[in-house]
Design a binder for this molecule. Structure first.
Ligand code: SF4
Ligand code: SF4
Length: 500
């Protein structure tokens, strides 16, 4: 176990802003020998990716499916395919509730699960020695892996872009800075060797020469185990970073670990860095080493509103209500259910919603944990400004947003806002700052889309005018050529001699 003398200590903050919310990690970070697995009776798999793209089903109603079998695909390799998380039978393919802002019912594959959930022998282990970048990327793509930290970007695409951008550093996000969430911590403690093996494969895929894993200094056991697992590899560094929200933000973790700043409007690959998270690295190992697609995930179920908070591995498509039942049910004083952490998570409106690849936590919060919703007037105390990790002026952005002055909101830098919620958390007047920013971002996105549409329509109209002018010109030229030809023919006719 790390002691105070062996761990790196930080003097001051690695970046400006940030907050220290109560972490509630002790609810679920107890020592366990094995991550428990929950097998529901049925799973529900929406045919929609997190970027809004629809998938085409490859199975029929009544068909038996095997765990890991391909169920649905997109129209290109950039869209991660969907695999069966269970051995079972397709009961129906029909609209079903999904976790989607529109609350729409989406086409969903409903599978009744069999008792036997062993992997078929079709999924064989393979050697990972000597694989090329394109081979690893292909295996990741075929396995349907997306960023499991919540963003959901296809991992194969990320690795492909990183390789093209010639990145030299792979940063692995072991921060897990949101309160309550401990699933990555548990994965590092119980499966550090698989995570390190996955990191090595991601280095091959992206072409990165070195990897740095950043772990918050409230997870000393994970830090020690990961250090030991990587001790024979000089190219992988395991670093402790201060426990400070939002350390898990890509740009803040990069700044803390490398001292480099990702310029505004640029990507981390522009400065030679690509970021992935702990669970994603482990999924990559399973995909490449055992040819197993991404069909399960470890999720934290926590909060004072649930009977038995714990980390659990579930097949994708497990419904919220089934998982809650497995964790002992909700307590009487549970007020709110959230997917993700309390700072950036999203409220769940229906217990039937199935859990998808990007959901790392299900929280059941009581009114005591949520705190008062009673909003008061802004007292211009400036605490939100001090808390903002992006150096923004949240109270000014809120005022501009409230008066619908979206040009000013934009000038104040809303596009740099991470929606991290640090400002809302610290505000003594409980001003719902992030809600205002999300609304303003929606309006600005609509405005951008509409001006892009107008620009496109203008370009199309210009192109049409040019095309019509060219066609008229061509017609005129053809007519003139015809006329010239006819007159040449007339002039060259032989003189007819007339007998008199
Ligand atoms: S923290 Fe709240 S009360 Fe203070 S300036 Fe910001 S919005 Fe106003
Ligand atoms: S939500 Fe936006 S404005 Fe508020 S602290 Fe985070 S980055 Fe700053």
């Amino acid at each position: 176990m790390a002691s105070a003398s062996t761990v790196k200590t930080w003097i001051g903050r690695p970046f400006s802003g940030g907050v220290h919310p109560e972490d509630f990690k002790s609810l679920t970070n107890k020592q366990v020998a094995k991550i428990p697995y929950f097998q529901p009776d049925k799973v529900y798999l929406p045919l929609l990716l997190s970027n809004g793209i629809l998938l085409k089903p490859l199975v029929n109603v009544g068909q038996e499916v095997k765990k890991g079998q391909l169920l649905a695909i997109g129209i290109s390799n950039s869209q991660p395919p969907l695999h069966s998380p269970v051995n079972g039978i397709v009961e129906t393919i029909a609209p079903y509730i999904a976790h989607h802002p529109s609350k729409a019912r989406l086409d969903t594959i409903h599978i009744k699960c069999f008792k036997d959930q062993t992997w078929s022998s079709k999924f064989k282990s393979r050697s990972v020695v000597g694989l090329s970048s394109s081979e690893v990327i292909q295996y990741i793509q075929e396995a349907g892996i997306v960023g499991l930290g919540g963003a959901g970007f296809p991992t194969s695409m990320k690795a492909h872009f990183a390789k093209q951008a010639n990145v030299d550093t792979l940063v692995i996000n072991g921060g897990e800075c949101e309160p309550y969430i401990t699933c990555d911590d548990l994965v590092m403690r119980l499966h550090c060797n698989e995570v390190i093996a996955g990191i090595r494969l991601l280095m091959v895929a992206t072409g990165a020469k070195r990897a740095i894993v950043g772990i918050e200094n409230n997870k000393l056991e994970s830090y020690e185990l990961m250090r030991s697992a990587a001790s024979d590899d000089d190219n992988i560094a395991i670093e402790l970073v201060p426990t400070l929200y939002p350390m898990g933000s890509e740009r803040h973790l990069i700044k803390t670990l490398t001292g480099k700043t990702v310029p505004t409007g640029k990507l981390s690959t522009d400065i030679g860095i690509v970021v992935n998270n702990i669970a994603t690295a482990r999924a990559v190992y399973h995909a490449v080493r055992y040819s197993r697609p991404l069909v399960t995930r470890v999720i934290t179920v926590s909060g004072l509103g649930i009977e038995s908070p714990r980390n659990v591995e579930i097949p994708l498509g497990t419904r919220v209500k089934d998982l809650i039942g497995y964790c002992g049910g909700l307590k009487m004083d549970c007020e709110r259910l959230i997917f993700g952490g309390p700072m950036m998570g999203q409220v769940i409106s229906d217990l039937d919603i199935p859990i998808t690849k990007t959901v790392n936590a299900l929280l059941a919060l009581t009114s005591e944990e949520i705190g008062s919703d009673e909003q008061q007037d802004c007292i211009r105390c400036g605490q939100c400004v001090r808390a903002c990790p992006m150096g923004l002026m949240p109270f000014k952005m809120r005022a501009a947003s409230e008066s619908s002055d979206y040009d000013l909101v934009e000038r104040l830098g809303i596009n740099q806002c991470l929606s991290c919620g640090a400002c809302s958390y610290i505000c003594p007047s409980r001003v719902p700052l992030v809600q205002f920013f999300q609304h303003a971002k929606g309006i600005l996105t609509q405005r951008r889309m509409s001006s892009m549409r107008q620009e496109k329509a203008k370009k199309l109209a210009e192109m049409k005018t040019i095309r019509l002018a060219k066609e008229a010109e061509a017609k005129k030229a053809a007519k003139a050529a015809k006329k010239r030809k006819r007159s040449r023919r007339t002039n060259s006719k032989p003189m007819v001699e007339v007998d008199v």
